[in-house]
Ligand binder design. Structure first.
Ligand SMILES: [Zn+2]
Length: 673
């Protein structure tokens, strides 16, 4: 097993790092199968760094916190090549002139620190707050370019950047149900994947850029060469600048492809790299310049925040930089918890941003975001601002923000489902208030006089605690409350009264049942569920399959519908609203049923019709005669009404042997009515 493991790791390195395989894939698979067979038989002998660990596991990962042996500090940043060149000259002078600078690409990925001892990878930590990171070892072990074993017996810490190429990102992201915004987020998200078997599917890469050896080597270039010789992937796109020709010769001897020159050449090099960065297969957000002499590094030391011996040259100033002041925990009407970033106000594409969404705990963990951190903000699709990245960790409160264990409004313990946390207490005052606000909002019942403030007042007073209360409360009692004069109260009464004439579709959506919104409501009504009683009756006999048969209603929503319309509380809400005079039948349902001449028929309509515009008028005629109408042609379709320029539905209907009916023929079938 030991010999096989060593041999397989050697071949992985040849293939994934050096791109110089010595054996065929089939031969490799044969060796791996043999090892897997032995590990299955003798699991107690399997090494935690076995090459079989590359494929990951289906067990849930835990990401315990561990301290870094050397704190991971952030770098000082400059945005202009001339300013960087000036920093370089100043630093060289401070070192007495005899100094060399390495220039490395700043890859836009996720930072990682790998800890080795006795030649084995012990664990891998995220950057975290710089002092403490999360142990993501099992996921990192699946990255084929990360050496699991090395020929260095002493303790060694290696810093690197895990990234995905733009091409792999496009390809992999396309298949994900929830898309990542950019390659960096995908790389960082993968390191926190709960199952390492899933992480193993993401084609991640690593570049190592810093090594902390127990002994020997007082120069960064030697450290990089040593890492490379131990099997780490070191970025070959490397620059070295020094006034000292002898130092440059030594750097060239270690890295024959290095770009080197005197200090005066640095500015030109920075500009060339910035111009050429789009041609690289991965995202680079800048360059890092480092003093290479490790003793000089110690002499130069650190400011309160950064090493004095290194500088980041960032290609673009962030879209907007701000500071995270606090995180507001919002609870929606269905109990879903959303963390919202409260930011120091910052101008961004024409508006002032003070809040940004943080989605959920996973997103916060991926950013390793804590209160007080400097962050960069972007506007996606120019609508909702998002926190993109932590630019610098706060010194004061270095922790990563965690959602509270309990709902901040009702103290019920939060439950996690999928990526989100939920307050499951239906009596939660915040959920109730949100449900009322949703019901009254412009998109739903449009009761404009019941804005957030009035609802909050009515709720606090205990006057309006649930939706039917809106129609049963005597608004005259508002008299005497600050800001509620007779005229205002009259206007509230009027708009509440006016809302009673909103169509059924809007009433149904306004109830705010989870999963029952615009498109689902429209689909239900279109397919004959145009009366609340029809929905309740189907739910009462647990007919979720009938709901699921409706085009546009999935199984999950169908089951939710049954659940919603069996709950006594919801049925009582509907009964009270009905008594108040709200509409619980669609207009089409109130048109009289004519006859049963289309009973048992399932129609699909395609093409444009001369006498029925919109086409829904034709659909209505079918329904008035007991027929049903669907959106797409399936095995259950009985008739296709084909107008002018029919689409692909016609071909499909012909293939399935569905009866094709022209508009004239249709008119004839409608008969005397
Ligand atoms: Zn709650």
């Amino acid at each position: 097993m030991e010999i096989l493991a060593r041999e397989l790791l050697r071949h992985q390195h040849l293939y994934h790092v050096l791109a110089r395989p010595e054996i065929s894939d089939a031969e490799y698979d044969r060796l791996l199968d043999e090892l897997l067979r032995l590990e299955k038989r003798f699991p107690q002998l399997a090494s935690p760094n076995s090459p079989s660990r590359r494929v990951g596991s289906d067990l849930d990962n835990a990401f315990p916190e561990r301290p870094h042996t050397v704190p991971v500090l952030s770098l000082d940043k400059l945005y202009q090549p001339e300013a960087v060149a000036q920093w370089l000259r100043k630093t060289a002078t401070a070192c007495g002139g005899a100094v060399g600078f390495a220039v490395e690409e700043k890859i836009d990925g996720a930072s990682i620190v790998l800890y080795y001892d006795r030649g084995e990878l012990q664990y891998a930590l995220t950057r975290g707050n710089g002092l403490v990171g999360n142990d993501v070892s099992d996921n990192v072990r699946t990255v084929a370019q990360v050496p699991l074993r090395i020929t260095e017996p002493a303790a060694l810490a290696v810093r690197g950047e895990i990234y995905i190429t733009r091409r792999d990102f496009e390809r992999y992201n396309a298949g994900l149900p929830e898309k990542y915004a950019n390659p960096r987020n995908l790389a960082a998200g993968t390191l926190r994947n709960l199952k390492s078997a899933l992480a193993a599917r993401v084609p991640l890469n690593i570049f190592a850029y810093e090594g902390f050896f127990a002994a020997g080597g007082r120069d960064h270039m030697e450290v990089l060469a040593r890492l490379r010789d131990l099997g780490f992937r070191v970025n070959p796109r490397l620059g070295f600048f020094s006034a000292d020709g002898e130092r440059r010769r030594r750097a060239r001897a270690l890295f024959p492809e290095i770009a080197d020159g005197p200090l005066e050449d640095v500015e030109k090099y920075l500009r060339l790299q910035a111009e050429g960065r789009r041609a690289l297969p991965y995202d680079v957000d800048g360059l890092v310049l480092k003093v290479t002499d490790l003793d000089l590094r110690q002499e130069l030391g650190y400011t309160a925040h950064h090493p004095r011996w290194a500088m980041a040259y960032k290609y673009e100033s962030p879209q907007a930089a701000s500071r995270l002041l606090d995180v507001q925990v919002q609870v929606g009407r269905n109990g879903r918890v959303t963390p919202v970033a409260l930011l120091e106000p910052v101008a961004l594409s024409g508006s002032t941003v003070t809040r940004a969404t943080l989605h959920n705990q996973d997103y916060i963990d991926m950013l390793e975001l804590g209160i007080g951190d400097q962050v960069s903000i972007s506007k996606r699709g120019d609508v909702i601002p998002a926190v993109e990245e932590v630019l610098e960790k706060s010194e004061q409160q270095p922790a990563i923000f965690k959602l509270p264990g309990r709902c901040p409004f009702c103290r019920t313990p939060l439950v996690r489902e999928g990526a989100h946390h939920f307050c499951r207490n239906e009596e939660c005052p915040e959920r109730r208030r949100r449900a009322l606000a949703y019901f009254c909002a412009r998109e739903q019942m449009d009761i404009e006089t019941l804005g957030e403030r009035t609802i909050a007042l009515l709720y606090e007073k205990g006057w309006v605690r649930c939706i039917p209360d809106i129609y049963e409360f005597d608004y005259g009692r508002l008299q005497g409350e600050e800001g509620y004069k007779e005229r205002k109260i009259a206007r509230i009464r009027e708009s509440v009264e006016a809302s009673k004439s909103r169509p059924f579709a809007r009433v149904l959506a306004a109830l705010g049942f989870e999963g029952v919104a615009g498109a689902v409501v429209a689909a239900l009504i279109d397919h004959g569920y145009d009366d609340i009683d029809k929905i309740s009756e189907t739910a009462a006999r647990e007919g979720w399959e009938e709901f699921a048969a409706v085009e546009g209603v999935g199984e999950a929503t169908a089951r939710l519908l049954v659940e919603h319309f069996r709950k006594p509380r919801n049925l009582e809400t509907i009964a009270r609203l009905r008594r108040a005079g709200l509409r619980f039948r669609a207009e089409s349902a109130s048109r009289p049923r004519l006859d049963d001449s289309f009973a048992g028929q399932l129609w699909v309509i395609t093409g444009s019709l001369e006498r029925f515009t919109p086409r829904s008028l034709a659909a209505e005629e079918i329904r008035r005669r007991g027929g049903r109408v669907a959106e797409s042609v399936t095995g259950r379709t009985t008739h296709l009404l084909a107008g002018a320029t029919p689409g692909s539905k016609l071909a499909k209907a012909e293939k399935l042997g569905v009866e094709i009916v022209s508009e004239d023929e249709f008119l004839a079938r409608l008969g005397e009515h």
